[in-house]
Design a protein around this ligand. Sequence first.
Ligand SMILES: NC(=O)c1ccc[n+]([C@@H]2O[C@H](COP(=O)([O-])OP(=O)(O)OC[C@H]3O[C@@H](n4cnc5c(N)ncnc54)[C@H](O)[C@@H]3O)[C@@H](O)[C@H]2O)c1
Length: 271
Amino acid sequence: MSNHLLKGKRGIIFGALNNQSIAWKVAERAHEEGATFVLTNAPIAMRMGEINELAAKTGSQVIAADATKIEDLENLVTQAQEILGGKIDFVLHSIGMSPNVRKGKHYTENDYNYYGQTMDVSAMSLHKTLATLYKHDAMNEWGSVVALSYIAAQRIFPDYNDMADAKSLLESIARSFGYHYGIKKKVRVNTISQSPTVTTAGQGIKGFTEFINFSEQMSPLGNASAIACADYCISMFSDLTKYVTMQNLFHDGGFSNTGVTQQVIERFGDQ
Ligand SMILES: NC(=O)c1ccc[n+]([C@@H]2O[C@H](COP(=O)([O-])OP(=O)(O)OC[C@H]3O[C@@H](n4cnc5c(N)ncnc54)[C@H](O)[C@@H]3O)[C@@H](O)[C@H]2O)c1
């Protein structure tokens, strides 16, 4: 259903790998709400070509960019404005990757080269994206940038490994850059802290199935789906949330404020 919430708005959407990706759902919803946008992902992620299907469906062009490379981001920001015919109103940063998680390293024995890559891809890429937009004055006033986070930034979830540290940094970058971009151009920067969601990145975490079930039972509303997350992103890109900035916004069915639920506590009776 469309409410034309993004009518006339131009955007850049990072991170649609396949039709499970949160960014994929955001692109579909942004299209329904009247936005035009470019899709981008790392060159290596485009090998399977699934993004072209999304591009055709949403009338978008695809620009390859490794979000850790400034030259790729400069090219992306310049080309996006040419293709879309003006400055950008919204950006979705939906990027995460940890070589330590991929290689099954234990947190206490992480490889520091991998650690650096985790920070660069999953957190510093937000700073690099914002810095490129800022330098090129590529955003319209009241524009909105959203990056996706996870509650491991605040609390320990052991198998999330160094991604937890990356999410803490990501949320801090949103706060710090949100201050500077707010003052310079009234651009808003926020993170949305999403429930565990079945996607390629999510499934890379050890014990993910057990974990998603635990989270479901610990959330009064249940886990938020990728589609619901897309709806929240749309509201954050719209003019209905103009004064929300520098926040980490929990989109998790109430998980973050729940100590325990009846469903979970009952499992611990009479041991
Ligand atoms: N799935 C979950 O449970 C969950 C929960 C909370 C937050 N998140 C976050 O949501 C975001 C999107 O993840 P997802 O679950 O949709 O998984 P996904 O695997 O579909 O998306 C991750 C994306 O990051 C891209 N990427 C990796 N390295 C890149 C680089 N160097 N340059 C540009 N792009 C790069 C990948 O190609 C992929 O498209 C991530 O930030 C993730 O941490 C996911």
